[in-house]
Design a protein around this ligand. Sequence first.
Ligand code: ZN
Length: 114
Amino acid sequence: MPSGNVIRGSRIGSGPERPAERYKPAPRRAVTYWCRNDHVTEIRVALDAEEPAVWDCPRCGLPAGRDADNPPGRARPEPYKTHLAYVKERRSEAEGEAILAEALAALRRRRGRA
Ligand SMILES: [Zn+2]
C-alpha cells in the first residue's frame, strides 16, 4: 500500500524531513512606511510579492502608508489643538462674552453681591 509512506515523519512534533539548507529564504526587498506620528517602519516582503498599501505602525498603531509626506489616517490639518482652540471653533467671541457675563452674574448672586 504505497499511500502509507506519504505521511511518514509528518506527525505532530516531528522534525523537518529535509535538511535545513533546503529552506533558503526567498529573496526580499525592503518597503518603508510612514505613519502620521513620523514613525518609520521598514518591512521586508518577498521580491515577487506586492507590498500592502497600508501597514499598522508598530509603535503607535496608526495606519502607515508609503508616502512620507502624506501618511494615511485622519486628515486633520493641525495634529494637536488646545482645549481653547476647540472652544473657539464652537463659540464666537460674542457668545463667549455672554457666557462669561452670565457666569459672573451667577457667581455674584451666590456671593450675595448682586
Ligand atoms: Zn506611529
